[in-house]
Design a protein around this ligand. Sequence first.
Ligand SMILES: [Zn+2]
Length: 293
Amino acid sequence: MPELPEVEALTAFLRENAVGHVVTRVDLAAVQAIKTFEPPLSALGGLELTGVARHGKFLDLDVSGLHLVVHLARAGWLHWRTGLPPAPPKPGKGPLALRVHLDDGHGSRPASGGVGFDLTEQGTRKGLAVYVVRSPAEVPGIGRLGPDAMQVDRETFVALLAGRSGQLKGALTDQTLLAGIGNAYSDEILHAARLSPFKMADKLTDDEALRLYDAVRVTLGEALARQLGQQAATMKGEKRSGLQVHARTGLPCPVCGDTVREVSFADTSLQYCPTCQTGGKPLADRRMSKLLR
Ligand SMILES: [Zn+2]
């Protein structure tokens, strides 16, 4: 799932490659992806893409004052395209959700097929969401966002956690508390901070809270540095290659060599290193204890 570093890198990529181009047409291929109806998608046609911003994990394309806002959800991605076919795609076929055609940046249709980008989503559970709004704050998920995980200062971060009951894993991934961190980077941040995902957010010592703050900055900053300058297509592989514990169940922890373990939930899972994070003790896993009973 694209999180803050990936969406920030996509933002930078689009600033460099798409800003200054006029949207010539938008094709909707997955009807359920569009969450607004006024202004219509067609209102973007003929308008220049003037800016790109990120709000948490949302991508915000400023199209001359109208905003095309995208949430890529779990399995969505953006693909930069050259040589786009002029014919509209068949709706409901394959992973394509939305296609944006752009002009050549000089007011005309490019000679060798169109440039633009596709929003795609793999899998059967569809969560990719697209909004056309006059202000990004009209998107409910953006209006509720907490401070950005890369921007928040240390005092605010410590105060936010101190005022939060519940486990660290849930706190870090709650977009209303802190914007931009999802399932993968929360595992990585907790590993870097040597903290259990189940530790209570409001029970951190000063030292632990500062360690966590530093881990947020370093983990997201390093991931972003790896992603920047990558073509959109290679970002996913780049994300995977930098991970220490997330999605590495059963593999050795790169820090201490212990085996990375997993706790599974109904529709998600987390990974951690017992030696680095939980004093060597494995955390209870509902699925595992069911198997052992
Ligand atoms: Zn370890």
